[in-house]
Design a protein around this ligand. Structure first.
Ligand code: PLP
Length: 376
């Protein structure tokens, strides 16, 4: 008998959360309400008391952060080509132009040593991404931002639960000029099915953030209202917030389990010839994904099909985004960012989620060692 299919990720939602969802559905109030407020308070506590507002996606939080930072037409924003395309799409969405900077081949995150040379007079902000949950160096990042008077919008979609120098991502860095954007998409380390949250810098008006989140509406105690800014439709529901509230108490154990599984992968795959392993960071990364780089010359499509035939789900996160048609049409081309291109062509995401069993890691590694030689 063949074994059960092992997906590359799967959320862990406990029975208490499922029961509470029933209560919310029966309550008569299922859009934004008390659950969203409670979720925002709990997230704020995780983030050292900083102001946090919940959104219906990580993409929406990034877009609103850009608007709050005053980024618009004629401005440029620096980011990485190796990320989910949302990170760059939001720059276009607000009418600005993305400037891409290649990644460091070791961390696979934006190469901070190349950022200053990319800054132009039009540059307003940097959007660093903690790919796979491995944090970008916050000290160097904010030193650059301070030197050039730039806003930082940390795309921490993948790094909730990770930390830098012992402090949680979202808490202690760039409190004066930094936004932190989280995503709670179903595949992220903490999920609300779909959702996001924005941690605000100290000088940003939380009321304006709320108006940009919902049609620009300002309500008055006498029941009247006004609209003085163009806002979107980005509010989270109490249904989604209930899932998030049920996840938060488990975040630390989820992260610990992910680190354990990643350690088992690294030990098991150490001697596979040509395989590029991710940095062995067990104190800071939250191991959102475990991503080896296939040996150069491997046919990734064949590899993924071979793993699937053995009941194992493998993902690709992500091809370098400047090679997508939309970005090529803006003038980007092959060869612009060689490190991101190489990683984007070779990367695969192996199964890693808190409910995985120890034996699953062994099963994946056995399948990998069988499949690799057949995939050239
Ligand atoms: C998931 C993700 C986003 C977008 O989040 P959504 O909630 O799907 O909108 C943005 N950036 C990165 C790096 C992500 O992984």
């Amino acid at each position: 008998m063949s074994q059960e299919f092992l997906p590359f990720t799967r959320p862990s939602i406990d029975e208490a959360t499922i029961a509470e969802l029933g209560n919310v559905l029966r309550s008569g109030w299922i859009t934004s309400g008390p659950k969203v407020q409670a979720f925002e308070s709990a997230l704020s506590e995780h983030c050292g008391g900083r102001p946090v507002r919940a959104f219906n996606s990580g993409t929406a939080t990034l877009e609103v952060a850009l608007r709050l930072a005053g980024v618009g037409a004629g401005d440029t924003v620096i980011t990485t080509p190796l990320t989910w395309v949302a990170t760059a799409n939001v720059i276009l969405e607000v009418g600005a132009t993305p400037i891409l900077v290649d990644v460091d081949p070791h961390t696979r995150n934006i190469d901070l040593s190349q950022v200053e040379a990319a800054i132009r007079p039009t540059t307003k902000a940097i959007i660093p991404v903690d790919l796979a949950g491995l944090p970008v160096d916050r000290d160097r990042l904010y030193a650059i931002a301070d030197r050039h008077g730039l806003r930082v919008i940390e795309d921490a979609a993948q790094s909730l639960g990770a930390s830098w120098q012992g402090k949680p991502i979202g808490s202690a860095f760039g409190v004066g000029r930094g936004f932190v954007s989280f995503s709670f998409h179903a595949n992220k380390n903490l999920t609300t099915s779909e959702g996001g949250a924005l941690v605000l810098p100290a000088d940003i008006d939380t009321g304006l953030c709320e108006r940009l989140r919902l049609q620009g509406v300002r309500r008055f105690p006498d029941g009247g209202m006004d609209v003085d800014v163009l806002g979107g439709k980005f509010n989270l529901t109490d249904i989604a917030a209930t899932i998030g509230l049920g996840q938060l108490p488990h975040l630390a154990t989820f992260t610990a389990r992910r680190r354990e599984l990643a350690g088992a992968y690294l030990a098991a795959l150490r001697d596979v010839p040509g395989l590029g392993l991710p940095p062995a960071d067990f104190s800071q990364s939250n191991w959102h994904m475990f991503q080896p780089l296939l040996p150069p010359g491997t046919d990734r499509g064949r590899f993924i099909a071979g793993m699937k035939a053995q009941g194992i789900g493998v993902g690709v996160h992500y091809p370098a985004l400047h090679l997508f048609s939309l970005y090529r049409a803006l003038g980007f081309k092959e060869g612009d960012f060689p490190c991101a291109e190489d990683i984007g062509r070779r990367t695969v995401t192996l199964p890693l989620f808190p409910a995985m069993r120890d034996g699953d890691v062994a099963r994946v590694c056995t399948a990998l060692t069988v499949t690799l030689p057949e995939s050239t």
